[in-house]
Design a protein around this ligand. Structure first.
Ligand SMILES: Nc1ncnc2c1ncn2[C@@H]1O[C@H](COP(=O)(O)OP(=O)(O)OP(=O)(O)O)[C@@H](O)[C@H]1O
Ligand SMILES: [Mg+2]
Length: 234
């Protein structure tokens, strides 16, 4: 039986890639064989060291080719549908789902990193949320820990449920010691009350020190892995 998590965020650049890598390493500590997939990335060639796929491959220590992680990669740094249009092509959802079947056959758990947030277009009215719905796995939402996050996170959760998705939890990412924001201590509570979704942890900002060791460590220290694993063990 294959299991997995679809990782989305309240927007682009919130920390999906960093959290996905950390979760993969933490889940390995719990004995899972973890696969990673990034169906569509834009802004880089597939083998660029700055691309999400290569960052995931590097941090998680994946030795297979980058094509086992990334289905589509477009050089333009725009949403997938537009990036595909500029490259004069279209994204074929069946190719993504076929790629996922290959990953599922090889691993106990597969983590799929979305692109941007849920309402990002992939092709002709088909969004990241539509892809997540077809995949059918629980949805993990990565969000900012600061003022404004309650609104963004609750909106994402509501849209997710409206689209038939199952939000399993929220991870707040990137809290800096220097952040002076009185909402920080309360945002998790309001998200849980308003969205009826557990906040599984708040991950600190690592600065330049992002390595396999540090991302694994912050996830193990700051994320409730027991509850996260329960949500995928359905
Ligand atoms: N906890 C953290 N500590 C330090 N840097 C972080 C942390 N989380 C994210 N970053 C940095 O912030 C930037 C955005 O993070 P990331 O690439 O994980 O976001 P994303 O949601 O995957 O973005 P995209 O929508 O482009 O896929 C990256 O440069 C990343 O290294
Ligand atoms: Mg990313």
């Amino acid at each position: 039986m294959s299991r997995g998590i679809f990782i989305t965020a309240t927007g682009t650049g919130i920390g999906k890639t960093v959290i996905t890598a950390g979760l993969a390493l933490a889940l390995q500590d719990y004995g899972f064989d973890v696969g990673i997939m990034k169906p569509v990335q834009s802004g880089h060639e597939i083998d660029s060291p700055e691309s999400d796929g290569m960052i995931l491959k590097e941090l998680v220590g994946i030795t297979e080719s980058i094509e086992t992680v990334v289905t589509y990669s477009f050089p333009e740094p725009v949403a997938p549908q537009l990036a595909a249009e500029i490259a004069e092509t279209e994204i074929d959802r069946m190719r993504i789902l076929q790629h996922l079947e290959e990953r599922k056959a090889k691993h106990d758990v597969v983590l799929v990193e979305g692109a941007g947030g849920l309402m990002v277009p992939i092709r002709n009215g088909y969004s990241v949320a539509d892809l997540a719905k077809e995949i059918g796995w629980p949805l993990l939402i990565v969000a900012n820990p600061l003022l404004g996050t309650v609104n963004h996170t609750v909106l994402t959760t509501l849209v997710a449920r409206h689209m038939g998705l199952h939000p399993m939890g929220v991870i707040l990412n990137g809290l800096r010691e220097t952040d002076e924001d009185p909402s920080v201590a309360h945002n998790s509570r309001f998200i849980e009350q308003m969205a009826q979704v557990p906040v599984l942890g708040t991950v600190p900002w690592l600065g330049e020190a992002i390595t396999s060791h540090t991302v694994r460590q912050v996830i193990c220290q700051h994320v409730n892995m027991t509850e996260l694993i329960k949500s995928i063990d359905y």
